[in-house]
Ligand binder design. Structure first.
Ligand code: IPM
Ligand code: MN
Length: 360
């Protein structure tokens, strides 16, 4: 029995999670796993009502869960960065969610904005360290608000922090057919990034079967657009990863289709669609729930429900390739519920064959 924490959050978060939870329910029925949902009210409304973002007792409860599923956070009524730092950042640090993983995978060729590129060329995973660098929150102001103001944001890296995320990346590269790992940094300019370079070489000795490369971030951005087929697994720093991942989500078709996992392997981890709360879309029923559904897919994979995860993956592929579902012409936007229902249908049609394949 998995203990699953659900944070619907703000804006379109609750709408997309509703679909994702229906998909989870169907997957559990078909693939024989059970779970219990613990709902948490965190987000803007909860903060405005109670003045609380995340209490210590909530955190204790969360530590005992198997996974957390988040809809979206963000509300224009609140001070910029309050939820990002006080809620999401706090979860990352307190739960030590040290690796952030984002698959960049084109499910349907027409979704990829690169001419002539599709599922074959764009199939990579980006991993970033998730608790250090500027994400550690070190820095501040001197003489704030005066003409002599000084602002600092420290980029910190620890050998231990770098090594554990590198190890995770090597393991992932080993588990994929191409066995290829690229370190992206800016060591040509930033001396501290040399720690990444040395750790990469040293950890790499334990993985002689993984082909490695290192590349500066500016070149990586350029090559991701020109020749995405060069990349298999990418590992990088938190800040550089944040930028690379935003590009990656577009390569696969947009923020509505991308999912993210912030992991502390073996402990409670956090799964979410990468999009924000999109306040303008909230309540219109038109937000795309595919990102949230793919977050469920990542969660199932992490929990060891491989067959269910693969079934979900193929259901999403089927739906995104169905011309009656995905129509990118103006005014043809699909509704949140319709997407969810199509994915459910696809799961119902294919789950038997997945179970057979898993048995044989
Ligand atoms: C992301 C987001 C967050 C991050 C923000 C909202 C703090 O941009 O998931 O990439 O950078 O971690
Ligand atoms: Mn980001």
């Amino acid at each position: 029995m998995y203990r699953l924490g659900v944070i619907p959050g703000d804006g379109i978060g609750p709408e997309v999670l509703e679909q994702a939870l229906e998909v989870l329910e169907e997957a559990s029925r078909r693939h024989g796993f059970a779970y219990r949902v613990h709902r948490f009210p965190f987000g803007a409304d909860h903060y405005l009502e109670t003045g609380e973002l995340l209490s210590d007792s909530d955190l204790e409860e969360i530590r005992n869960l198997d996974a957390l599923l988040l809809g979206a956070l963000g509300d224009p009524r609140l001070e910029r960065g309050l939820l990002e730092r006080g809620l999401l950042g706090r979860l990352h640090r307190e739960l030590d969610l040290y690796v952030n993983v984002r698959p960049v995978k084109v499910y349907s060729e027409r979704l990829c904005p690169l001419r002539g590129r599709g599922a074959h060329e764009v199939d990579l995973v980006i991993l970033r360290e998730n608790t250090e660098d500027a994400y550690a929150g070190l820095g501040g102001f001197l003489r704030k608000g005066t003409p002599e103001e000084v602002a600092t944001a420290e980029s910190v890296f620890t050998r231990r922090g770098v090594e554990r995320v590198l190890r995770h990346a090597f393991e992932m590269a080993r588990s994929r057919p191409r066995h290829q790992l690229t370190l992206v940094d800016k060591s040509s300019l930033i001396p501290a990034h040399d720690l990444w370079q040395r750790a990469f070489v040293e950890v790499g000795r334990e993985y002689p079967d993984v082909k490695t490369a290192t590349i500066d971030v500016d070149a990586a951005i350029a090559w991701l657009v020109r020749t995405p087929e060069w990349f298999d697994v990418i590992v990088t720093t938190p800040m550089l990863g944040d930028v690379l991942m935003a590009l990656g989500s577009q390569l696969q078709g947009g923020v509505g289709l991308a999912a993210s996992a912030s992991l502390n392997p073996g402990q409670v981890s956090l799964f979410e669609p990468i999009h924000g709360s999109a306040p303008k879309l909230a309540g219109t029923g038109s937000a795309n729930p595919i990102g949230a559904i793919l977050a469920v897919r990542m969660m199932l994979e992490e929990l060891g429900e491989e067959t269910a995860a693969a079934c979900l993956d193929s259901a999403v592929r089927q739906v995104l390739n169905d011309p009656t579902v995905f129509d990118s012409s103006p005014g043809a936007a699909r509704r949140t519920r319709e997407y969810g229902e199509r994915v459910l249908q696809a799961i119902r049609q294919s789950s038997d064959s997945f179970q057979e394949a898993a048995r044989s």
